[in-house]
Design a protein around this ligand. Structure first.
Ligand SMILES: [Zn+2]
Length: 195
């Protein structure tokens, strides 16, 4: 590999893992392709290349092994990747009063910050806010602040996982502004195969 005019250029590769079994599951193959496309679109800095590659490989490995659901892997991958890309959400506390946790916390998908329920009452422009469950907020903090394979080491009930997926996907689409073709294909397969 060498640094070209428009980025790093790979001129030689050695195969380590084929992820052979993915090819038997169109929805998994589509999701793996979406992971690659999103990585390309976000154009991460070279300093994050190693972490990005490890995240991608760990995610695809999990896809193949079927240890957790595809939606779980997707949400964790997406949130960690946008964090690497310089769009890490500010989940430390409420933007206005610095409360770490209150009964209800709201997340702004356009600007990636938290607002507690008391401060939310005073917010005039309420578009773009999604109410987070405690489980989803904990999960988002866990993914952002953990490293390596540990980011996948938690469980979430289906209803919370659905909300996590919605929050993260909407945040991503607000960053990249256009739904990737591979994501559309994955959703079609997901619907067809009821993943
Ligand atoms: Zn507040």
């Amino acid at each position: 590999m060498f640094c070209g005019q428009y980025g790093n250029v790979v001129d030689d590769v050695e195969e380590i893992e084929q992820f052979f079994n993915l090819r038997f599951f169109p929805e998994k193959l589509a999701l793996a392709q979406y992971f690659c496309e999103l990585s390309y679109i976000l154009n991460l800095p070279a300093t994050k290349a190693k972490e990005q590659l490890n995240l991608l490989l760990n995610s695809v490995w999990l896809l193949e092994k079927e240890k957790v659901s595809l939606e779980f892997i997707k949400a964790v991958f997406e949130l960690k990747l946008i964090s690497f890309s310089g769009h890490m959400p500010n989940l430390v506390c409420c933007k206005f009063c610095c409360s770490y946790e209150k009964e209800d916390m709201f997340f702004n998908i356009y600007q990636s910050f938290l607002v507690c329920k008391d401060c939310f009452k005073k917010v005039e422009q309420k578009n773009g806010f999604l109410k987070l469950s405690k489980a989803v907020l904990y999960a988002m903090r866990f993914i952002i602040y953990k490293d390596g394979k540990d980011i996948f080491k938690f469980k979430l009930e289906k209803s919370h996982l659905d909300l996590l997926g919605e929050v993260i996907e909407k945040s991503i689409l607000s960053i990249i502004e256009k739904e990737p073709l591979t994501l559309k294909i994955y959703k079609e397969f997901k619907e067809e195969f009821k993943v």
